[in-house]
Design a binder for this molecule. Structure first.
Ligand SMILES: NC(=O)c1ccc[n+]([C@@H]2O[C@H](COP(=O)([O-])OP(=O)(O)OC[C@H]3O[C@@H](n4cnc5c(N)ncnc54)[C@H](OP(=O)(O)O)[C@@H]3O)[C@@H](O)[C@H]2O)c1
Length: 249
């Protein structure tokens, strides 16, 4: 029997990187999978790459109205949800003194508000035994220069994981988090840096890592699968760190 046989799973930010690798693994593990993102072309390409009957739904994580519409679509398609992987986020690095109110609001709206309301609006669909997984980041436990808003948003998600875990465990819903370190995904190309500067920054991060390399999205997906399925049945409110040892430095 496959680990997610007969289960339904929604992955926000599932058209790229960690979300896409997790969608692939969840499908291979027997689940029916829905993915979201804003970029229709990336959704189409993801659907092609997954090669299964995946539900690709365009939805902006920063909009509560769109989150409600998304959950209605899931309800119409499946009537319930067994796994919710709240993974969509933007990093938006900026030196502290350059952060504007608008930049702050944009990052927080996707990363924190979006995650908060994704869980709230999914709640009526979450079946007993359901698993909610939030993607945090090791930026929430180490100093992360130039990532002040992002790191704060992920620290808030760590707190949310613990609080929701206790609020929802009585309903039979487990809430946990997966906390990636540096993972080789398209997010590193979205920092607005010239290609050579971005590459040098990544090389510096890899050299600093105890494992001397970036992690692969598939390595995070395996942790997400563990939290999604019965293998983690007694895990409640925990954060699984997948970082090659980076946060120990
Ligand atoms: N890669 C790393 O080194 C690393 C480290 C720590 C934590 N993380 C976390 O891992 C998660 C996945 O990131 P990734 O590395 O896989 O990056 P990625 O490849 O850039 O994926 C980010 C995903 O989020 C979606 N997204 C962003 N804003 C959205 C919005 N407003 N509405 C809906 N979807 C939105 C993107 O889709 P669209 O662009 O189509 O909207 C995309 O699918 C994030 O939570 C990130 O913070 C990553």
């Amino acid at each position: 029997m496959q680990k997610l046989q007969g289960k339904t799973a929604l992955i926000t930010g599932g058209n790229s990187g960690i979300g896409l690798a997790t969608a692939k693994l969840f499908l291979e593990s027997g689940a029916r999978v829905a993915i979201t993102g804003r970029d229709q072309q990336a959704l189409d390409e993801a659907t092609k790459a997954l090669g299964h009957d995946v539900l690709a739904l365009r939805s902006d994580a920063a909009s509560v109205t769109e989150i409600e519409a998304l959950m209605s679509q899931i309800n119409r398609a499946w009537g319930r949800l067994d796994v919710l992987f709240v993974n969509a986020a933007i990093a938006g690095p900026l030196p502290f003194e350059m952060v504007t109110e608008s930049h702050f609001d944009t990052v927080m709206s996707v990363n924190l508000k979006g995650a908060f309301f994704a869980v709230q609006k999914a709640l009526p669909l979450l079946a007993p035994g359901a698993s909610v997984i939030l993607t945090t980041s090791i930026a929430n436990q180490i100093g992360a220069p130039n990532f002040s808003v992002y790191a704060a948003s992920k620290a808030a998600l760590r707190s949310l994981t613990q609080t929701l875990a206790l609020e929802l465990v009585g309903k039979g819903v487990r809430v946990n988090a997966v906390s990636p370190g540096p993972i080789a995904t398209p997010i590193w190309g979205k920092f607005g840096l010239p290609a050579d500067v971005a590459l040098a920054a990544q090389q510096e991060v890899a050299n600093k890592s105890p494992s001397k390399r970036f992690g692969q999205p598939e390595e995070v997906a395996k942790a997400a699968l563990f939290l999604a399925c019965e293998d983690s049945s007694y895990m409640v409110g925990q954060e699984v760190v997948v970082d090659g040892g980076m946060s120990l430095l």
